[in-house]
Design a protein around this ligand. Structure first.
Ligand SMILES: Nc1ncnc2c1ncn2[C@@H]1O[C@H](COP(=O)(O)OP(=O)(O)OP(=O)(O)O)[C@@H](O)[C@H]1O
Ligand SMILES: [Mg+2]
Length: 222
């Protein structure tokens, strides 16, 4: 920033395992969003590498990264980030555009996931015609519809009440477990951390703690 050098992350050395449900936890400004954006290929680090299944995503061009993301990555945003001109069904069908499926198949798949998140009766609604919780459930349907290898979520329940937070967390964890997808979620809410298998704590850009809630799981992997 101008003359001032901000180091958002340093000495990060982490391995995530397939099917793991992880939480990146820490105070505001600790570097959580920066880490998530790097892992999802939305930002590039100055130094270091980020390997996903052997591909160093820091070496990909913007186009290659976009293609890689479409094939492998889903993202759930705190502010939902639905396209306002599209219906729930059209928003959810979007990621399937890159799979060469015809329109009818995309609609069918989008409707099926929307039913699973309890929005079977809202498929033609536009984002402004839905509550925050409904918009986030649409966002989750969109993140999971193409069965990406990894789903990232940055404060996915940050704008929701406590009841809707529980519903949304249950939904993401259920989808991830059902299809053995890796889920990496950022939060500063300790209650959400309890849903996950592993809690990585950041402080001032460094990992200060990395614990598995079930010790056996850790030993099986390391
Ligand atoms: N584009 C940028 N340019 C300069 N500094 C940045 C930039 N993005 C983030 N930072 C700084 O990097 C640090 C980490 O920011 P980051 O957004 O990753 O924090 P966070 O843990 O996600 O916080 P929050 O919980 O408030 O979302 C902060 O000190 C922030 O000011
Ligand atoms: Mg953040």
């Amino acid at each position: 920033m101008g003359d001032e050098r901000v180091i958002a992350l340093r000495n990060i050395n982490l391995t995530f395992y397939e099917g793991e449900i992880c939480c990146i936890f820490g105070a505001s400004g600790s570097g959580k969003s920066t880490l998530l954006n790097l892992l999802a290929g939305m930002e590039k680090p100055n130094l270091g590498s980020i390997l996903i299944d052997g591909t160093d995503i820091t070496k990909l061009s913007e186009n290659e990264m976009a293609a890689f993301r479409q094939r492998n990555i889903g993202f759930v945003f705190q502010g939902y980030n639905l396209l306002p001109a599209l219906t729930a069904e059209e928003n959810v069908a979007m990621p399937l555009m890159f799979y060469g499926l015809d329109r009818a198949k995309r609609q069918q798949a989008a409707r099926a996931v929307l039913r699973e998140v309890g929005l079977g009766d809202r498929i033609r609604h536009y984002p402004t015609q839905m509550s925050g919780g409904q918009q986030q459930r649409t966002g989750i349907a969109r993140a999971f519809v193409a069965h990406p290898r990894i789903v990232f979520a940055d404060e996915p329940t940050g704008n929701l009440d406590s009841k809707t937070t529980v519903e949304v967390m249950d939904m993401m964890v259920r989808f991830a477990r059902q299809f053995r997808e890796t889920l990496i979620l950022v939060t500063h809410n300790p209650e959400l951390a309890a849903y996950t298998d592993r809690i990585i704590t950041l402080k001032d850009g460094e990992v200060i703690d990395d614990i598995y809630r079930n010790e056996e799981e850790k030993h099986a992997k390391h």
